[in-house]
Design a protein around this ligand. Structure first.
Ligand code: NAD
Ligand code: MG
Length: 390
């Protein structure tokens, strides 16, 4: 049976790579709905190429423009607009698979909608788990959804965990998980240099081509911090059971250590089409277009421990996880505001971590009870961050 796929964030780097893998298997997958924030031209081109049933734009004016352009070419794609429409195409009864690849907190609502509707969710949007891990995992369980992590580290861990899942890692003989980190473009930079690095330098990731927000997160290592929180929820791992290892080649995507001393790793070229193909095909393996790993050419694999003094974001994320409640949602919201300010060249690189720390120190942390509460927490944290930066 052909699978109908909704891609939330179709115009982004993950969205486009998902379409690349799907188009290698036209007998298995069809684009049912493609969504974007405001990039009319890109979504128009995707509609021309893939003829989805629905195209959704968050912005009203963008949706109107897209509709005009699609009418002009006689396209049958229906254009919808707004957050409700994103939720609708994520939960639509004809949809089998939802790729959650919106960037940031904006991805939370449609990912929740897909979980409640019991879809196969390919989760790239790690911010959903950082903000609302307990509520999202509960919605997945109650909705009967299948959750497949797409973040390369978590996809790697998923691949090397026992097939028979138990509630606790110890019941599966697992001692800890090891998340690998590339270290980003500044892994060898001195502290004094980090204060004055430019936007262009921070956007120049050594191994991965990604959207701007996650690329800056990789440079500050907040990306790894968010991934520690993501791993906590996905694998029910305590903070002490999650370690980070800097591995500059990004060939080992992550590892699981068992109590008998075995360490299982998943390796491959740094290309997101591997985890995407794994998520789309699971439990089958699909061709992804990724080239074979040439270990002889790579020659050696290196490992370092992360420097939390130069990369305080990693420590802040561990601390937020340990504090729990709304702390990770606040961390995430302030990070989004600070990264935006850095990308707008309004603040320096090290001010990203400083802003997060300052807001976390003064915000009140609550138990998480509802998505509405998290939305309010997110908004308040953004206000505090903006105030801090003004
Ligand atoms: P991107 O910036 O390239 O694309 C983001 C997509 O989200 C675009 O389609 C954009 O139109 C849409 N979008 C942005 N803001 C929106 C909003 N407010 N409402 C609705 N849609 C909105 O980002 P990306 O690199 O593809 O990353 C997407 C997600 O996947 C992020 O959460 C990121 O952390 C995660 N991820 C990405 C990679 C990667 O290699 N790019 C790897 C692991 C995880
Ligand atoms: Mg990752």
């Amino acid at each position: 049976m052909i699978q109908n796929v909704t891609i939330l964030g179709a115009t982004g780097t993950i969205g486009l790579q998902t379409l690349d893998v799907m188009s290698q298997h036209p007998e298995r997958f069809r684009a049912f709905a493609l969504t974007a924030n405001a990039n009319v031209q890109k979504l128009f081109e995707l509609c021309e190429a893939y003829s989805p049933q629905y195209a959704v734009m968050l912005q009203e004016a963008a949706a109107a423009q897209l509709e005009v352009k699609l009418k002009a070419i006689g396209s049958a794609t229906k254009v919808l607009q707004g957050i409700e429409a994103l939720n609708e195409v994520a939960a639509h009864k004809q949809v089998h698979v939802v790729m959650a690849a919106i960037v940031g907190a904006a991805g939370l609502h449609p990912a929740m909608a897909a979980a409640k509707a019991g879809k196969r969710i390919l989760l790239a949007n790690k911010e959903t788990l950082v903000m609302a891990g307990n509520l999202f995992m509960q919605a997945v369980a109650e909705g009967g959804a299948t959750l497949l992590p797409i973040d390369s580290e978590h996809n790697a861990i998923f691949q090397v965990m026992p097939q028979q899942r138990a509630e606790h890692l110890s019941d599966m003989g697992v001692k800890r998980v090891l998340l690998t980190a590339s270290g980003g473009p500044f892994k060898n930079s001195r502290m004094e240099e980090l204060h004055s690095v430019t936007k262009a330098q921070a956007l120049n990731h050594p191994n991965w081509v990604m959207g701007p927000k996650i690329t800056i997160d990789s440079a500050t290592m907040m990306n790894k911090g968010l991934e520690v929180i993501e791993a906590h929820w996905l694998f029910n791992a305590a903070p002490e059971q999650i370690d980070v290892v800097v591995h500059p080649q990004s060939i080992i995507h992550s590892m699981v250590e068992y109590i008998d001393g075995s360490v299982l790793a998943q390796l491959g070229n740094p290309d997101m089409r591997t985890p995407i193909a794994y998520g789309l095909g699971y439990p089958d393996r699909l061709q992804s277009g990724v080239s074979s790993l040439d270990l002889l050419k790579i020659g050696h694999l290196d490992f370092f421990s992360p420097d939390q003094a130069r990369f305080p974001c990693l420590r802040l994320a561990y601390d937020a996880l340990k504090v729990g409640g709304t702390a990770p949602a606040i961390l995430n919201a302030v990070n989004e505001v600070a990264v935006e300010a850095f990308l707008a060249e309004k603040i320096g690189f090290m001010e990203i971590a400083a802003t997060i720390e300052s807001v976390l120190n003064s915000a009140s942390i609550e138990q998480v009870v509802s998505v509405e509460q998290l939305v309010a927490t997110d908004a308040e944290a953004r206000r505090m961050a903006a105030h801090c930066l003004s």
